[in-house]
Design a protein around this ligand. Sequence first.
Ligand code: CMC
Length: 455
Amino acid sequence: MAEGTLSVTDSRTGARYELPITASTVRAMDLRQIRTDPDEFGLMSYDPGYTNTAACTSRVAYLDGARGVLRYRGYPIEDLAKNCTYTEVAHLLMRGHLPTSAELHGWDNELAAEMRLPPGLPDLIETFPAGAHPMVMLASTVAALGTYYPDGRHVTDTACRHRQRLRLLAKIPLIAALIYRRTRRYSRSEPRPDLGYAGNFLHMLWQGTSRQLGPQDLKVLAKALDALLVLHAEHEQNCSTSTMRQVASSEADPYVSLAAAVAALSGPLHGGANERVLQMLDEIGSTAGIPAFMRSVKAGERRMMGFGHRVYKNYDPRARVLQDFAEQVFETTGKNPKIALAVELERIALQDDYFVRRKLYPNVDFYSGIIYEAMGFPPEMFTVLFAIGRVAGWLTHWDESMADPERRIARPRQIYRGPGITAFVPIEARGRDYAEERPAAPVSSHGSVPSHRSL
Ligand code: CMC
């Protein structure tokens, strides 16, 4: 990548600056020297939603949104989804390389040894209202898990971090399964680590219920679930991963940091979209309902869930894998009739000028819910399944950020637009006149009038 400088002339002063360019990036702090007089704060960059701001360097995922490319540590996502188990990919992400058979065996054993929960945790889950959303229960339980592991606070200790990563990776599916059972008012189930990562999760979900799987079905569905977890394992600086990094930047323990990531994932614009896609398809009902639905999307009344992405301006490669994968899963589970509606909706959208001009394509959430539903998961569990997969990515970024010599506490700037200094009025003097008073002219947080910051 060519390096060089960005030559900037400040039209206010005529001064020229040379800003170094490294990896197609200028450092925001290099803008600070640009000022009209020595007492001024200097220029900032303004970027709500971090649309064009790199907050860290990372060696984990490569994403080319224009070409629809996603690789974990250099490996194309398509190859990993086809050939690897989730724990193999978690090893790749968290340990930095694909394991040999012996390494994978050792890694799976380490995880199996952690597949148990502190006794108080299932009790806690049983105190949640059964009608609560599973993602809210998950965020709460993950934070509570940290109460059992106070050593988790030693976040600058590499060996300690490794212990926490193993614990979290191994225990989250167990927690998720018990949360599901709580929503169904089933009694708790016990782990069977010998069934493997995905197999144990499926066993715990339905053990002793009318949905309990026989060994063959469990094996087939565990394989399918594994591929889904691989596809969700990592996606660089998305909202939840950035949240995890942001919370952890204060050296908070990984349990509360990961709980924050779960919270971020739960929103419908992020991982919560998979649940909403199913609701949307239910509302559309049949292909006859598509035109009216498209009209309301184009009128700005609603969004097409599972479509659009901040980074992909092309087909999300995960959605492509999922579309093909759906047919394989349906061979075992039976076809989910919603797939035909989704495919037709996609076909119509991709020909529509509204979507074409905005480069809106299906994202990972468009097809995943249809597959989850065919596998027997209720919609409110879809985002939990996303979370289980993403744990490997979150923990990888957590560890990477903790070891990063450039890490600093996350603390963005703001452009202050509130009132200037205001004379205090005692409560007994706050009558009608006070309420009708206009606020004073705004000043910026660092004291100067922000006229040049009118964005
Ligand atoms: N349906 C209709 N219009 C859309 C959609 C959509 N799904 N997504 C974006 N647009 C329009 C938006 O209205 C805007 O139009 P205009 O320029 O006329 O104002 C334009 O496209 C750009 O949208 P934006 O909101 O500025 O884009 P963003 O990068 O801030 O938001 C997004 C990205 C994923 C939040 C958004 O595309 C969205 O809301 N999609 C639906 C929810 C969804 O599927 N989320 C899952 C994301 S992928 C899984 C994950 O990583 O979580």
